[in-house]
Design a protein around this ligand. Structure first.
Ligand SMILES: [Zn+2]
Length: 331
């Protein structure tokens, strides 16, 4: 396995301390069939269940990623990333996160005895900070938003490896397991639709890669908050509106690095991008709670998006998956 630049195709080893190519291009992962992956570090991952949810005439399948070891889907990426870094002998990592990726990487780093520092925006929930600190990681709070946390992390790497869920392709490699699981759980079928809350696009791009390997794509419908909707704007070719704070803090990403690839993923899947009101996200979160499912706001955004998308009804035979990205205990 090695990284290569998406633009100029230059190769880099996995243990490179460069997080992007010298030409400015982002890395992708090259993996041969014969390449072996390592699975030494575990926190008890498992196949997350698909839970049917009927709302009036609409039936959805909730994929309960909120049940994973640290309470979010990011554990899939952190599992693969930290396993490979552990195998490479890396002892120190830095990343930036709005919370969930920070908790996932901190937890797996702790299990692998890797030193971990997480740069976070200074307004993320106390629950997420407490969780990251519980795993023994150092927290550095950065003012003025998520992008500033990213810049601060990159500028202060020192001798640490940048364990970024945005830049590092090993993280996306881990996300592919979600696609394989869905396929198997549906009896070797590809679902018709998946509604995905999108910030940096970790889940969207991971599922895209995963389903590409399986040979067929579901329709990906990306969901964003109207208050911060760069993918919605790019996809529908709308002028960029000022980005505001949304209650869905995990998808509050003003300038996602892989925006162009995300637009391609949605287009190639004949999907769509919808933007929802924060009040509808809040209502969806409350609704899920009333059905016994406790999630963070960002997860509820996907349900709000699905209800909006199918407000005129949905054919009964469509299988529609809504991944619940994170646990309500985080906020
Ligand atoms: Zn390059």
């Amino acid at each position: 396995m090695y990284f290569y630049c998406e633009q100029c195709k230059k190769k880099y080893p996995l243990n490179t301390h460069a997080f992007q190519c010298e030409c400015g291009g982002l890395f992708s992962l090259h993996k041969d069939e014969s390449d072996e992956v390592t699975d030494e570090i575990s926190l008890g991952e498992f196949e997350t269940p698909l839970l049917p949810l009927k709302i009036g005439k609409l039936e959805f399948l909730l994929k309960l990623e909120n049940l994973l070891p640290t309470g979010s889907f990011k554990d899939r990426g952190a599992y693969r990333l930290i396993n490979e870094l552990h195998h490479l002998g890396i002892k120190k990592v830095v990343l930036d996160s709005s919370g969930n990726a920070g908790a996932s990487v901190a937890a797996y780093a702790a299990a692998a005895n890797i030193d971990c520092t997480v740069y976070v925006p200074d307004d993320i929930s106390n629950e997420k900070i407490a969780q990251i600190e519980a795993y023994g990681a150092r927290i550095v709070k950065v003012a003025n938003g998520r992008m500033k946390a990213c810049t601060a992390a990159k500028e202060n790497l020192g001798d640490a490896y940048y364990a970024s869920h945005v830049y590092n392709p090993l993280f996306f490699e881990g996300m592919k397991s979600m696609a394989r699981e869905m396929y198997q759980q549906l009896g070797n079928h590809i679902p018709d639709y998946i509604f995905i809350p999108v910030g940096n696009g970790t889940m969207l791009l991971g599922l895209y890669q995963g389903f590409m390997e399986l040979g067929r794509l579901p329709h990906f419908v990306a969901v964003q908050s109207k208050k911060c909707a760069p993918l919605y704007e790019a996809y529908h070719e709308l002028p960029a509106a000022p980005k505001k704070t949304t209650i869905a803090e995990a998808i509050r990403i003003e300038h996602p690095k892989r925006l162009k690839t995300m637009v391609e993923a949605v287009r190639n899947s004949f999907g769509d991008v919808v933007a929802v009101d924060d009040k509808d996200i809040l209502e969806a979160k409350k609704y899920l709670g009333s059905r016994g499912v406790y999630v963070e706001m960002t997860s509820a955004a996907a349900l709000a998006g699905a209800r909006k998308y199918f407000q005129a009804g949905k054919p009964d035979n469509y299988q529609v998956i809504i991944p619940l990205t994170g646990s309500g205990l985080k906020r």
